[in-house]
Design a protein around this ligand. Structure first.
Ligand SMILES: Nc1ncnc2c1ncn2[C@@H]1O[C@H](COP(=O)(O)OP(=O)(O)OP(=O)(O)O)[C@@H](O)[C@H]1O
Ligand SMILES: N[C@@H](CCO)C(=O)O
Length: 326
């Protein structure tokens, strides 16, 4: 469970006194997520989410994340809205951590992913990309090539303890991606972590997106590749081409992908697989025994990386190149 920082009743009462939310009715740690401490906070005026930002969030990035949620929400993308206190500020400090209250989104993330979820996700992702186009703040992707190199250096020495040969496989893949990572694809604001547990559905329809704390400016099709990995593989490791085709086709109805973006997908999917393999590996090796957080399996992403290394064309993702493309 992701509650790294315990908040005492007294600290919470004086924190909430800075808002017009009424008195606290209850505040319970949420047993999901791995990055930040999240609480379901119920006050006299309704439910909210209280987040204390932990390890991977640089406080200097919070204006980008919070501003982005406000920007997207104003353009019809349903996502949490930061709640401002009486002083007009949304971002403050609690228990020595940066902390924010955001609005509560109704809905549930899908525990069993169906093809129709993938179709809705594709459309939602494309709408997010269009809505983010005029967001004025910028944030580089801290978990792209340079960040992977740093994580690689921090995990290299112990990777083989997780799986023999993993260290060499990671070194070779990182070197290859550094050599041929695309430099001229369309960029914009991406979510960068749009896994099923960050997408809520209600009555069968996508009802909202959460967890913008990896959002940044990067290659738009990289976000599509993150979703291919997170949504289109089955629990047994097999790739579900029907889900991929539906996701990509729905995305392209809202924001068509160019031939160059489509051709780059296998490479971008390898990069995305390496990103989650490295962050999971780092956490695997560095999460203290007894921590109240469930470590995610890095090797799931080694398997996905291997899959994309074998892909020879986007036909394997259920698509054909547009007419006239090389
Ligand atoms: N605005 C919200 N409305 C409703 N529930 C929310 C909201 N924000 C977070 N939650 C709940 O808290 C859980 C964890 O939130 P979140 O995914 O943001 O945490 P995290 O630690 O950043 O996780 P991750 O590992 O996905 O990066 C979600 O799965 C959801 O159940
Ligand atoms: N979505 C990430 C965890 C949060 O970054 C993963 O599954 O590894």
């Amino acid at each position: 469970m992701a509650v790294y920082t315990e908040v005492s009743d007294e600290d919470l009462r004086s924190f909430i006194a800075q808002y017009d939310l009424g008195a606290v009715v209850s505040c319970k740690g949420i047993a999901e997520g791995v990055e930040n401490s999240n609480y379901l906070l119920v006050t006299e005026t309704g439910p909210f989410i209280l987040t204390l930002y932990e390890k991977r969030v640089d406080p200097a990035d919070l204006p980008f994340f919070l501003g982005l949620m406000e920007h997207l929400s104003a353009r019809g993308v349903t996502c949490p809205l930061p709640v401002r206190g009486r002083d007009g500020e949304a971002l403050r400090s609690l228990c020595g951590r940066p902390a924010v209250i955001v609005t509560f989104l109704a809905g549930m993330w899908p525990r069993r992913i169906l093809p129709e979820h993938c179709a809705a996700l594709g459309e939602g992702l494309a709408r997010l990309h269009l809505a983010g186009a005029d967001f004025p703040l910028r944030r580089a992707n801290a978990l792209s090539l340079d960040g992977w190199r740093t994580l690689h250096a921090a995990t290299h020495g112990r990777a083989d303890a997780v799986k023999p040969g993993l260290a060499a496989a990671l070194a070779a893949e990182l070197a290859e991606l550094e050599r041929c990572w695309p430099a001229d694809l369309p960029c914009g604001v991406i979510h960068a972590d749009l896994f099923p547990d960050n997408v809520f559905f209600r009555d069968g329809a996508l009802s909202g997106l959460i967890d913008f704390y990896f959002a940044c400016n990067d290659i738009l099709a990289y976000d599509v590749a993150v979703c291919l990995n997170a949504w289109c593989f089955e629990a047994d490791g097999s790739f579900n081409v029907t889900k991929a085709r539906l996701m990509l086709a729905s995305y392209m109805k809202v924001r068509p992908l160019s031939a160059a973006e489509l051709e780059a997908l296998p490479l971008l999917a390898r990069g995305s697989a390496l990103r989650f393999l490295l962050t999971r590996l780092y956490d695997w090796l560095n999460t203290p025994a007894g921590a109240l957080v469930k470590r995610k399996d890095p090797l799931e992403y080694l398997h996905k990386l291997r899959f994309h290394q074998q892909v020879r064309g986007i036909g394997e993702y259920g698509l054909t190149l547009p007419a006239g493309a090389a």
